[in-house]
Design a protein around this ligand. Structure first.
Ligand code: KIV
Length: 272
């Protein structure tokens, strides 16, 4: 079990590239606040993603669309204050980069300047090529995201597995090559067939990090709240729950309520 120490070397985009070369798998989880980010960093996580899934799990929205750039910067700043070792990547939220490349660059600069994050992540392939290139030319590392891209949920209409059809798979392969060739440092592949993800990871030179994309990729990412079972009504096949915190927190809260009502808390030792 790895436990990060303060003297441990910081993870950079270069580190991830080296990990791919020596076939060492990359671990990535989402984080949106200081306290959780501190625990995950101390545990030795390689990459923390300040995902726009904060819109769902932190704010309770049905989709990732409502979260704003200001809100992402707030979450990212909290995470950055906690970490000593992990690479921190921040999602550019819906509406902050699709308009044009200048807007995309300005949004990325705000994230980097105001939160101190290390990189940004963007959903899409050839249709956002100009924006990615402009951000990269400013020296900001970009992580790509293909497959199921939740910011386009109203175009897809559903969260089912993507790229099962040959034509969509072919387009995804081309987009993955493009993102690698123009200089993205890594790529997330979400909810696509494992064989396709493995092929992409084999063919492109940058690390491929999967979520619902099988074991043949260079690393894995999960939403932290799903991984520890705080969210409990979400059961996709790809999710492995390592804890059941929903039940534990609920039971602890019920016990606390009981103790307060019965005046069992606080006791004599718990007062001044
Ligand atoms: O926002 C997010 O949490 C993500 C992961 C699912 C990769 O983009």
């Amino acid at each position: 079990m790895s436990t990060a120490k303060p003297e441990d070397k910081k993870i950079t985009t270069h580190t991830l590239q080296e990990m791919k070369k020596r076939s060492e798998k990359i671990s990535m989880l989402t984080a949106y606040d200081y306290s959780v980010a501190r625990i995950l960093d101390d545990a030795g996580i390689d990459v923390l993603l300040v995902g726009d899934s904060a819109s769902n799990v932190m704010a309770g929205h049905e989709t990732t669309l409502p979260i704003t750039l200001d809100q992402m910067i707030y979450h990212a700043s909290s995470v950055i204050r906690a970490i000593r070792r992990a690479l921190v990547v921040v999602d550019l939220p819906f509406g902050s980069y699709q308009g044009n490349s200048k807007e995309a660059l300005n949004s990325s600069i705000r994230i980097m300047k105001e939160s101190g994050a290390h990189a940004v992540k963007m959903e899409g392939g050839i249709e956002i090529k100009d924006s990615i290139e402009r951000i990269l030319s400013a020296g900001i590392p970009v992580m790509g995201h293909l497959g199921l891209t939740p910011q386009s949920i109203y175009k897809f209409g559903t969260y089912v597995v993507r790229a099962k059809e040959k034509s969509e798979a072919q387009r995804l392969i081309e987009d993955a090559h493009l993102l690698s060739d123009i200089g993205c440092f890594a790529l997330v592949l979400e909810k696509i067939p494992a064989q396709l993800a493995e092929q992409v990871a084999r063919e492109i030179k940058i690390p491929v990090i999967g979520i619902g994309a099988g074991n043949g990729v260079d690393g894995q990412v999960l939403v932290f709240h799903d991984m520890v079972g705080i969210t409990h009504e979400f059961h996709p096949r790809f999710l492995r729950r390592y804890m059941n915190l929903y039940d534990d927190i609920k039971a602890a809260t019920e016990k606390y309520i009981g103790d307060v009502k019965s005046m069992n808390f606080p006791n004599e030792k718990e007062q001044y």
